[in-house]
Write a protein that binds this ligand. Structure first.
Ligand code: ADP
Ligand code: GLC
Length: 479
């Protein structure tokens, strides 16, 4: 089976969030099933720099405003085809945002080009033999199934559209339609037309052969008006081709026994060694040394992640005797409120604003809990890293958080199955109550230790989910 994937991010070459972790790890997991995946990605500077021994598989005289080449090769262990289009991707800084913090003004063209290249490759129109399956991730590649359906030619690939976050849809004015190189009938209800505009994700969801999202709970939720962000009607109509497959994690990158970012590695049998990492977190985040509960946050600082509610809880968190180490970046108001709280509570709240992969590992290895108070969460990876590192998740009961953490209610504690703490709805009172429950359990060291061991034994690998994708691909080819 020949499989192409298409994505705007892939770890370790380009990452702004969990999407990259998934597109970076899934090919390795599928390789375990004998399936090779080649991922089509934008030729950002970091991608081109990492590409080894590449071959030029196709050239475009004009791909959305300039010359482009498709370069196939290996990069940091991944098989990729990079879309080398300097006029679209050769820019410094964030892959989506310009220096002003706003979306690059030509993002529609940048990601239409990525989608077009992926569709051409998959349909054998760009120098390669074509693919059986083209697996697209999020709005940035969602035009690919539209190109396959309306301009795929004689050998159209079967398409899978995976939604990692339905809040990001790629909507643009109708005036861009003429630049996309699609036939007029693509601007219709069964194509990419969306309330008179062009909707990239809408188009992908309307035209892909199969739709998946990253947890069973989120698959249900996005079919409701509350979570569907306007696309719930379409998803309800296509429910028969929609499935929820929970993400796994890359267990080689996230392994407390071998993690190069940690001052002290450890395993489930050597949990005492975590203390050295707690000391390192205290130092790095300028916290007072202590053995009391230390909460951790690694997050985009946004409304989705419930961070506005979280910052409103910080005084109470400190009053309850807890400490916090946080790394994150995002909305200016939230960043400001966190800095102010850190100033109000020196030694109790430590915050680093920015993005730092190494520090995110240290937090998981040294804090007692990882907090994820999201209003919605398609899957969430930070709680999975928390489970693997014995950093117990305190999470909102939504989406993938609901599917991956077992709440420490009385029954679960008595049955010996709890791995974390859940709360809902997401508001200050329920979050404060969850933090209090965590602190109560923490005060009972044998209970806590048991939960940590169980968390670390949870199956957060890709094995089951990779098998589910394999099954999906097989069924699709039979269909
Ligand atoms: P989302 O993709 O919605 O942001 P996920 O939980 O799926 O949420 O994935 C977030 C990923 O980004 C995780 O790998 C997490 O460790 C990482 N991450 C988020 N914020 C930061 C940060 N400030 N520094 C380092 N890593 C971060
Ligand atoms: C998105 C979602 C997150 C998910 C990630 C990877 O960024 O917000 O919940 O874990 O994609 O699928």
């Amino acid at each position: 089976m020949r499989i192409f994937a298409a994505a705007s991010e892939i770890f370790p070459l380009a990452k702004t969030g969990g999407l990259a972790d998934v597109t970076g790890a899934l090919p390795g997991a599928l390789a375990g099933h004998g399936m090779g995946v080649v991922t089509v990605v934008p030729g950002y500077p970091a991608v081109l720099a990492a590409l080894e021994d590449h071959a030029v598989v196709h050239g475009y005289g004009d791909l959305f405003g300039g010359k482009a080449r498709l370069l196939k090769g290996r990069a940091r262990g991944l098989d990729i085809i990079a879309v080398d289009a300097p006029h679209l991707y050769d820019r410094p800084g964030n892959i989506y945002l310009g220096p002003d913090g706003k979306d690059w003004p030509d993002n529609a063209r940048r990601f239409a080009a990525l989608s077009k290249a992926a569709a051409d490759l998959a349909c054998g129109k760009a120098g390669e033999d074509g693919a059986d399956i083209l697996h697209c991730h999020d709005w940035q590649t969602a035009l690919a199934p539209v190109y396959v359906k309306f301009a795929g030619g004689k050998k159209p690939a079967k398409t899978v559209m995976t939604v990692h976050n339905i809040a990001f849809q790629g909507q643009f004015p109708a005036s861009i339609f003429g630049t996309l190189g699609l036939p007029a009938q693509a601007f219709a209800i069964d194509g990419l037309e969306y309330y008179g505009n062009v909707g990239f994700l809408k188009g992908g969801l309307a035209t892909a052969d199969r739709i998946t999202t990253v947890s069973p709970s989120y698959a249900q939720e996005i079919c409701t008006p509350e979570f569907g962000m306007g696309l719930d009607g379409l998803l309800r109509a296509r429910r028969d081709v929609l499935a929820g497959i929970v993400n796994g994690i890359d267990e080689a990158v996230w392994d407390p026994a071998r993690d190069p970012h940690l001052p002290q590695t450890y395993g489930a049998k050597t949990l005492d060694r975590r203390t050295a990492n707690k000391r390192a977190v205290e130092q790095r985040f300028q916290l007072a040394q202590g053995d009391g509960i230390l909460h951790g946050v690694v997050s985009r600082l946004t409304w989705q992640k419930g961070m506005d509610i979280f910052v409103a809880c910080l005084d109470a968190l400190v009053a309850g005797g807890a400490r916090l180490a946080l790394i994150g970046a995002g909305e200016a108001d939230i960043e400001k409120a966190i800095l102010a709280a850190a100033q109000r509570h020196p030694g109790r709240i430590g915050a680093v604003l920015g993005y730092d992969e190494g520090l995110s590992h240290l937090i998981q290895a040294g804090c007692d809990t990882i907090l994820v108070p999201s209003r919605f969460e398609p899957c969430g990876l930070t709680q999975l890293y928390g489970l693997r590192y014995g950093c117990l998740p305190v999470v909102a009961r939504t989406g993938g958080l609901n599917d991956t953490v077992i709440d420490a209610n009385d029954a679960a504690i008595r049955a010996g199955v709890a791995t974390g703490f859940q709360f809902s709805p997401v508001d200050q009172a329920t979050l404060a109550h969850a933090l209090a429950r965590a602190a109560d359990c923490y005060a009972d060291p044998s209970l806590w230790r048991g939960m940590q061991k169980r968390a670390m034994a949870s199956d957060v690998s890709w094995s089951r989910s990779a098998a589910a994708y394999v099954q999906l691909y097989r069924n699709l080819l039979k269909a």
